[in-house]
Ligand binder design. Structure first.
Ligand SMILES: [Zn+2]
Ligand SMILES: [Zn+2]
Length: 348
């Protein structure tokens, strides 16, 4: 199969076009011909060597949808020809996390696409009943790849946040693929949304996607004073920290006493300076949020099919242009998600 492979960590030029055998599916797995694959900030970090345990060479990409072409003998819910989308990880199905419906944090299964298992920058991937859902006709091939991660990650984070209607939520990295859908989902959930972006020219777009307020922040400096003004001096009930290092110092200062932060992403890996007294005296809660579960993806499919969230695809490109897609993401040229389409699906 044609694939874009990472043979050594580095810049976008480390992505090489190769012809490799398709991955082999086990008896409880199926082979899926990939329509396309979303490009995630996570991919840029992986390519750059921030996940040093990624076995090289690896075919990248964890935001995958496609058509089932072969099924193992233990597969009962899917057949060849089914259109499907997958969550980022294939769990083991038997550990405590998997049994609790938290296959997103399983550590003993086959693993994560683009890392332990061959990913969606390749024309075929393996999938299992534990990470796959059917796609309805309402969701086209070039939209399906953004369901699991670009939309599912924000859905999962909002579920972790567990906020009543009318709560205030601040969302950093709001113009990115995860952020802009989190803004839409938070608005759909009846929350008052404060979107933080480092790009002033994206403010109108964020309002159109459901943000009640937009503040400009990120590397440029702090935004907590603005947020305090917006919330009548109280602070926000919750932060979805999607950007991480650039925004964390200001984000934590926007929380009201008793507020919570859901930590979703970190664009610049490294430690965050934090004074624990803040958490103690204000009883702040910090909650991690990893990707999406199979149930999250099921819900996202329904929400998108019903038109309640509009997938934001900033650019559709052929998989052969993966390096260019990475460069455009690093240059922050894109609002929403880039989807890399395989040739067979582009022609369709
Ligand atoms: Zn992703
Ligand atoms: Zn497991």
């Amino acid at each position: 199969m044609k694939a874009i492979r990472l043979s050594g960590f580095g810049g976008p030029s480390a992505l090489e076009a190769v012809d490799v055998p398709p991955p082999q599916h086990g008896p409880d797995q199926m082979l899926v011909r990939v329509f396309g694959c979303g490009v995630c900030g996570h991919d840029l970090l992986n390519r750059g060597g921030h996940f040093p345990h990624t076995p090289l060479p690896c075919v990248m990409g964890h935001e995958v949808a496609g058509e089932v072409v072969e099924t193992g003998p233990l597969i009962t819910k899917f057949r060849a020809g089914d259109r499907v989308a997958m969550i980022q990880r294939i769990g083991c199905g038997t550990c405590t996390a998997c049994r609790n419906g938290q296959e997103n944090i399983c550590t003993t299964g086959p693993g994560f696409y683009g890392e332990q298992i061959s990913g969606g920058y390749g024309e075929y991937v393996v999938a299992s009943e534990m990470n796959t859902v059917h796609l309805p006709d309402e969701i086209p091939d070039d939209v399906a790849p953004v369901l699991s991660c670009a939309i599912g990650t924000g859905y999962h984070a909002l579920r972790r946040a567990a906020l009543p209607i009318g709560s205030t939520v601040l969302i950093t990295g709001a113009s990115g693929g995860v952020g802009i859908h989190a803004v839409q989902l938070a608005a759909l959930a009846g929350l008052e949304v404060i979107a933080v972006t480092s790009s002033p020219d994206k403010a109108d777009d964020l309002r159109a996607n459901g943000a009640d307020h937009v503040v400009i922040g990120g590397h440029a400096g702090g935004f907590h004073a603005q947020v305090r003004d917006i919330t009548d001096g109280i602070g926000v009930d919750c932060v979805l920290e999607v950007a991480g290092t650039p925004t964390f110092p200001s984000s934590v200062r926007t929380l009201r006493p008793g507020g919570r932060m859901v930590i979703v992403g970190n664009v610049d890996p490294g430690n965050w300076p934090f004074n624990p007294a803040l958490s103690i005296l204000k009883e702040l809660e910090f909650i991690g949020s990893a990707h999406a579960t199979l149930n999250d993806l099921r819900k996202v499919v329904r929400i998108v099919a019903q038109g309640k969230v509009s997938p934001r695809i900033g650019r559709v490109m052929p998989v052969s242009q993966a390096a260019e897609a990475h460069r455009a993401m690093e240059a922050k040229e894109i609002t929403g998600r880039v989807v890399l389409m395989h040739d067979h699906a582009m022609a369709a």
